[in-house]
Design a protein around this ligand. Structure first.
Ligand SMILES: O=C(O)CCC(=O)C(=O)O
Length: 333
């Protein structure tokens, strides 16, 4: 495997031009490349790769079944995150995300993912192993949270790499190993990949004008994995630009393309806008919603150069791109 493929110029790519607009979010069976699968049957991977690229080049989102991340680990992480979020504000503050790091607690309304709206009605606990010091884990208050979070982070890392590998196959990228090696430091080194447990509390009596649970946005990186609890709310823009529900489907993970991957593939794969509105019913407004998102990013020093050699976008390092996007999200004053 070439450790620095980005130094060797664009990776050749042959685009398939026959993708159809499915008009909804496809649900794909990932069992041929499940994390639980011992021996992989290569013949079964190509159809899955084609379906993935078809979905990502149209709606930009898929649901995957049979992905191999244990449901029990996801539920356990949700439960432990609930315990953390239930702690008093002054305790959670001890674990606040430092300004120069991505790991730690992010309080309600701290993030504004769209400039047109006030801060989101959500709180989050970010997990970014290279930025996590022991002091930033609530090990006394919620003893197993760190272990479960790190286990889930690693499963998400493994699944993301399998998805990226299949995308490279589906796109006919010759140097598939090169694309993968640009994600080699997820969780271990200079790489912006982040997992976050999210909690959208019951909607307060007073909300600011235009305030919702998570404003319209696209994700920044390569791909995102999203586990939803059983409370609806996620909406995804369809090919006509309308937001349509992406409801929770048990034992699936939602996967979508991020902006950097769209740029990398010269807009072949779509980074689609999504949001979480406030529930309309009184019952819904009293109910909290939870999700866990894993944002897979390339290594910070990976130079993102259009894979088709088109130079549609100038090369940029993943690190510089992430810095620009994070500054826009957090500098809300
Ligand atoms: O909670 C959700 O369903 C969506 C979260 C999301 O889009 C994000 O955190 O970027």
């Amino acid at each position: 495997m070439d450790p620095n493929p980005q130094e060797h110029g664009p990776i050749p790519i042959n685009w398939a031009d026959d993708a159809e607009d499915p008009g909804h979010i496809p649900i794909l069976d990932f069992s041929p490349y499940s994390l639980l699968k011992g021996a992989v049957d290569e013949d079964q991977l190509q159809p899955l790769a084609t379906q993935l690229v078809q979905a990502f080049s149209t709606v930009g989102f898929v649901y995957l079944r049979n992905h191999g991340i244990p449901a029990a680990l996801v539920s356990r992480t949700f439960e432990l995150a609930d315990k953390f979020f239930a702690l008093p504000e002054e305790v959670k503050t001890k674990f606040s995300r430092p300004a120069d790091k991505s790991h730690g607690w992010v309080c309600l309304e701290r993030e504004r993912v769209t400039m047109e709206r006030p801060g989101d009605l959500k709180e989050a606990f970010n997990v970014r192993p290279p930025h996590a010091t022991e002091k930033l884990w609530p090990n006394e208050e919620v003893p197993e949270f760190q272990q479960a979070s790190l286990q889930l982070y690693d499963k998400c890392r493994q699944l993301s790499l399998r998805i990226i590998e299949l995308m490279a196959r589906g796109l006919n990228i010759q140097d598939k190993a090169g694309l993968l090696s640009m994600h080699s430091m997820i969780g271990t080194g200079p790489n912006g990949s982040l997992m976050r447990t999210l909690r959208y509390p019951p909607v307060p009596e007073q909300v600011k004008e235009g305030q919702i649970r998570c404003g319209e946005h696209t994700d920044y990186g390569s791909i995102t994995l999203l586990f939803q609890d059983n409370v609806a709310g996620l909406e995804v823009q369809n090919c006509d630009g309308e937001y349509v529900p992406a409801p929770p489907i048990p034992n699936t993970v939602v996967v979508n393309i991020g902006d950097l991957m769209q740029r990398w593939t010269s807009d072949k794969l779509k980074s689609t806008s999504h949001r979480v509105l406030l529930p309309e019913t009184e019952e819904g407004r009293k109910t909290a919603r939870r999700s866990i998102a894993f944002f897979a990013h390339p290594n910070m020093d990976a130079v993102i150069t259009c894979l088709d050699g088109s130079n549609k976008y100038p090369p940029i390092t993943a690190g510089e791109y992430l810095k620009q996007r994070l500054t826009a999200t957090y500098d809300v004053s």
